[in-house]
Write a protein that binds this ligand. Sequence first.
Ligand SMILES: *Cc1c(COP(=O)(O)O)cnc(C)c1O
Length: 359
Amino acid sequence: MKYEISITKTSNPKPHPQDESKLGFGKIFTDHMFLMDYSADKGWYNARIVPFGPIPTHPASTVFHYGAEIFEGMKAYRAVDGTIRLFRPMENIKRLNNSAERLCLPQLDEQGCLEILNTMVELEKDWVPHSEGTSLYIRPFLYGNDPHLGVHAVSNAVFAVICSPVGAYYAEGINPVKIAIESEDVRAVRGGTGYAKCGGNYAASLRAGQRAEKNGYTQVLWLDGVDRKYIEEVGAMNVMFKIGGKIITPELTGSVLPGITRKSCIELLKDWGYTVEERKISVDELFEAAQNGTLEEAWGTGTAAVVSPIGHLFYKGTEYTVSNNQIGEVTYKLYNELTAIQWGKAEDTHGWSTKVCNG
Ligand SMILES: *Cc1c(COP(=O)(O)O)cnc(C)c1O
């Protein structure tokens, strides 16, 4: 073990949710949480699993004032062979360290972090729900925790992991969403924090999301912050289009979050013989394709939904229907293949699914 983890089990375990169809997302938490402290002198220390509960924090703590916070989102799956599995966990750990580097937060040992995740998931394995499509959502997060208001890179930090049993994302079937293209707010700019999974990016994106919702749209499609014309992401997902038989997805320019689902989709699509172009794609190109009938499919990718088909696109007064507001063939194939690998139903030729323990 890289980090020696002490375990204090709860004396008061919570009842597990009876009706797994009502789990929703991130509302219920397991019995324990992982915490570990960092100081510039000691490095990471006091790795511990303790009963789930509030984290006492100094009122001057960096995280409250300057937003020094990053996080990850991943899932543990109860596979069909009875084992509990993670999907490409090392990718999340590497991204966490990349995010930490951007925000001047301390690095974690990769192998040590994997051991922390495995230890947490194994301890909470009975909380991994059983119903089709359900999983245990894992939320690692890391924040600056200096107890004073001076503005500089932190010398104290906390790494924490909490877990939440979550329901099937598509309990009511995979329905395409309505997306509004955002022409006012931007999510990120090159040189900023777009490629880091940091809380502040989310805080800054809420206003546009709220506005879109008010107008009857599920999410916004973000444009780049400089030219305001190249497509970046959709909500908190990466985005892909099938145009004239080819798959096109925005390249990772620094303002786009490098999604693990995105990366996995690209690898599968290439396996299947599709041409995948990672490049700039402008709204003009997209709407030309929508108008001349070559825009065949559009979908978002992310851990929560896996894929989310886009049925309508709205931009400056015009609404376009994509794929007759049906889930497209490639979108559906990606969904089926990724979920089959995650739940151990399909052969995992890439070695993406990793066993944590027996269920
Ligand atoms: C987490 C996230 C994604 C998706 O990443 P996955 O690794 O596929 O879950 C995409 N965009 C944003 C802004 C995100 O925060």
